[in-house]
Design a protein around this ligand. Structure first.
Ligand code: PMP
Length: 351
């Protein structure tokens, strides 16, 4: 028997392309088109390299203190990790251990099934409606845990907070993870539900609304008990994750609330304009509450539009699978100028 037969085999998640050229208009990975806060640049510039001699603070106190202030929580309600991918992956490992299937939508963040496969967690997907809405009834059933991205990705659709609360309340004997990677672009957060529900874990990230995808900070919010279980697994895996420079940068970003509000408002404004222009060009899409629009065209295939834009150095995301969405493109909201260029290019194709 070969050792290969005993290897844990997985089909990895494929992230969006990161082209080397700075000429590219990058609308394919939902990054923020604006730089992070000037306070971040200052924190980097002023950082004392001598501090790197020591191991990091395992509690990331400077960052969790700022998060507690920003979100009106106590430090014991907060967990931080290397981007929300790290936090979500540890959450799958921690909470989904019943042997019963974990449930999430058929069209959602395509990392969920990868983690389930990796950790050998049984799972079942629930079909979205034709208009990409999550059907509440599908989540009011026996299961091993629930994962909902809200707003959902790549659809951009928000599930009302009242529905999230109903799902959390129904599933009180298992954990419900609400992945709020895009919540800051106009949706309502489930953080307000935490005091009433000990089975709720809300996950957020610095990658989108705080323009810090490169630094890798994600966080989970919940009652002390649920957070403590996550910490136990994390500290059984690797005590040091966030490095001290990242901790300082994250704290600096949180101290600049005015800048955060300014750039998210700009993105929301550009998104609404982009929706209008895309509609005029014959695109249709469910209403997006995120920093991207998930659209299909009435007469041009997604593949054709994707290739046409790519030739003009405009990158968008096309998911070939599942089949139900392969006629769609996910287009991130860029700056006003980038959006102008996108619309001009599309007008060339769609006359
Ligand atoms: N959740 C969703 C729904 C996402 O789209 C992403 C971005 N790929 C993530 C989580 C992970 O983001 P990050 O690890 O950068 O925080």
């Amino acid at each position: 028997m070969s050792w290969e037969e005993n290897v844990r085999k997985v089909v990895p998640y494929v992230p969006g392309e990161q082209p080397k050229s700075s000429e590219v208009i990058k609308l394919n990975t939902n990054e923020n088109p604006y730089p992070p806060s000037p306070l971040v640049a200052k924190a980097l510039k002023d950082y004392d390299a001598g501090l790197l001699r020591k191991y990091p603070d395992t509690q990331a106190t400077e960052l969790t203190d700022e998060l507690a202030k920003t979100y009106g929580l106590e430090k014991e309600n907060i967990f931080v990790g290397i981007g929300s991918d790290d936090v979500l992956s540890l959450a799958f490992l921690t909470y989904f251990n019943s042997g019963k299937p974990v449930i999430f939508p058929d069209i959602t963040y395509s990392f969920y099934d990868v983690w389930a496969e990796l950790y050998r967690i049984p799972y079942e997907t629930k079909e979205l409606d034709a208009d990409f809405t999550i059907r509440k009834e599908d989540y009011l059933c026996e299961n091993g845990g629930v994962v909902i991205a809200n707003p959902n990705a790549p659809t951009g659709v928000e599930l009302p907070l009242e529905v999230i609360e109903e799902i959390v309340a129904f599933n009180k004997d298992r954990v419900v993870i609400v992945d709020e990677a895009y919540v800051d672009f106009g949706a309502r957060s489930a953080v307000s539900l935490i005091p009433e529900h000990d089975n709720l874990l809300v996950v957020q990230t610095f990658s989108k609304s705080r323009a810090l995808a490169g630094i890798r900070i994600g966080m989970a919010f919940g009652q002390k008990k649920i957070i403590d279980f996550l910490k136990d697994v994390k500290f059984s895996f690797n005590s040091y994750t966030l490095n001290p420079l990242t901790i300082a940068v994250g704290a600096a970003a949180l101290r600049d609330d005015a800048y955060f509000k300014e750039i998210t408002a700009k993105t929301v404004k550009t998104r609404e304009r982009m929706k209008k222009e895309l509609k005029e060009l014959g695109f249709s899409f469910a209403d997006s509450k995120t920093n991207f629009v998930f659209a299909r065209h009435e007469s041009h295939s997604a593949e054709e539009i994707y290739a046409f834009l790519r030739e003009r150095n405009i990158f968008v995301r096309h998911f070939k699978k599942p089949e139900r969405i392969n006629d769609h493109l996910r287009i991130s909201v860029g700056t006003e100028e980038e959006t102008d260029k996108l619309i001009i290019a599309l007008k060339e194709l769609i006359k």
